[in-house]
Write a protein of this length. Structure first.
Length: 460
């Protein structure tokens, strides 16, 4: 490799290749074909690796199948030297191991320029249990010539643990971690809701408190949560209300206690912040569903029971849902209230939306604010790697506020098209009586043509 910084005109650019440490090469076969002035060499590499408790790897023996693709260009029109060769290698790994699964997210990029323009950009990444897909497309960067190879660090597979189903006899803490209860009968209704599932309701010490728009002081709401998380006799937390205030106490929640003894967490709206933090810190499935104070419609009760008690498909087909951007997707269920998610940008609690089917809902937000919050998520990078967007109900979200009208579906479609992902709107999720319970962290499939969202597994 004869190269210097900047890649001089006489540089011969050798292959930039990323491989797994401790891999033993078993064999190599190569073929070469030429087309349109470009020689492409494809190499198939298979290997077996034995890894011993390396940092980030929770297995002792791993069998890896490696696939490597090499691109080489020789005597291409417009190169300054006829002998110049440019190459790109991207390595992907599928790893399986007893007791744990670890994956590698790798990306290698190559940009090189002929006398006309940058002609190739290849990005190859491997995530979870899917094979690597290499995408080669035209690059629009014509101002300079860059050859760059970047390896993203080894990361564990996203593995979310299911919490145990809340069967009859479960002890459920009723907590108001954000806004206060509005009416005296709401607590009694919450207790009765719990009893209808055969659960024993345990009312938190400060559940009735009120300090302005908060359900008591921060320290008291935090204490109610942490007492429940640390109590081995509590099986789940059913939030009494959303409102506002969850973000004020996220930093001091005892996530270690929750990781040691996983418990079901149920709620929506402002409770989205708690879902996001638990998923980020603990990688546990949580339930985006009705708060405990609400009357449960037949649809809401059925979906809630299928999610929290039976852990089966709690979603389904919504014939009246609107197809915004056609397609299918498979991924983890992520998301919640749009305004709350946007407020978490720049904090340690913004959820990982990569590989996610993003579920959204909101209330009392004009379309221009929906637009702004979607743009905030996109520009922050939070939507990078998102597999699909599914919007539930946007209750009282007028089109014409803010000085001019734009349709909600038009604004939502812009984001979906920019990301190149399927999108659907109008599923029963959000501030409505008849709502689905969404097991956030579970895996699901989306088909916009049939208007179907189906939960496939409570582990991912």
């Amino acid at each position: 490799m004869s190269a210097a910084a900047g890649w001089a005109s006489t540089t011969t650019a050798a292959l930039a290749s990323t491989t797994l440490a401790a891999a033993t090469t078993a064999g190599l076969a190569a073929t070469a074909t030429a087309a349109a002035g470009l020689t492409t060499t494809t190499a198939a590499l298979s290997a077996t690796a034995t890894l011993s408790t390396a940092a980030g790897w929770a297995s002792t023996t791993t069998t890896a199948a490696l696939a490597s693709t090499t691109l080489a260009a020789a005597t291409t029109s417009g190169f300054t030297t006829a002998t110049t060769t440019a190459g790109l290698a991207s390595t992907t790994a599928a790893l399986s191991a007893t007791g744990a699964t670890t994956a590698t997210a790798l990306r290698t990029e190559l940009l090189f320029r002929t006398s006309h323009s940058c002609t190739l950009r290849s990005v190859c990444s491997w995530q979870r249990k899917k094979q690597c897909m290499c995408h080669i497309r035209t690059c629009n960067q014509q101002t300079h010539c860059v050859i760059r190879a970047t390896n993203i660090e080894f990361v564990p597979v996203k593995h979310f643990r299911r919490v145990k189903p809340l069967e009859s006899g479960a002890r459920i803490a009723l907590i108001a971690p954000a806004g206060p209860l509005q009416k005296p009968e709401e607590l009694a209704r919450a207790q009765e809701n719990a009893r209808t599932f055969g659960w024993e309701p345990i009312v938190a010490l400060h559940a009735r408190d009120r300090t302005g728009y908060l359900a008591g002081h921060d320290r008291d709401r935090l204490n109610d949560i942490n007492v429940a998380l640390r109590d081995p006799n509590i099986d789940g937390i059913w939030c009494l209300r959303g409102g506002y205030g969850m973000i004020r106490i996220l930093a001091d929640i005892d996530y270690d206690a929750l990781s040691r003894t996983p418990k079901a967490i149920i709620g929506y709206s402002d409770i989205t912040a708690l879902h996001a933090a638990v998923q980020r810190k603990c990688r546990l499935v949580t339930y985006h569903g009705p708060t405990a104070r609400e009357p449960l419609s037949e649809l809401a009760r059925d979906s809630f029971e299928r999610a929290v008690v039976k852990q089966t498909d709690s979603c389904g087909t919504t014939p009246n849902a609107r197809e915004i951007n056609a397609g299918t997707a498979e991924g983890r269920l992520v998301g919640g209230n749009l305004a709350v998610l946007a407020s978490l940008c720049g904090t340690p609690f913004i959820p990982d939306l990569n590989d996610g089917i993003l579920i959204l809902e909101d209330i009392n937000e004009p379309v221009y604010r929906i637009d702004r919050m979607l743009q905030q998520l996109r520009l922050s990078g939070a939507l990078t790697g998102c597999k699909a967007i599914v919007f539930g109900e946007c209750v009282k979200c007028p089109d014409d506020a803010g000085g001019g009208g734009r349709a909600f579906d038009e604004v939502l479609g812009e984001t979906a098209h920019a990301l190149g992902v399927p999108c659907m709107a109008g599923i029963p999720v959000g501030h409505i009586d008849a709502q689905w319970t969404i097991p956030l962290g579970a895996t699901a499939t989306l088909d916009t043509k049939t208007r179907t969202l189906a939960v496939t597994s409570y582990t991912s």
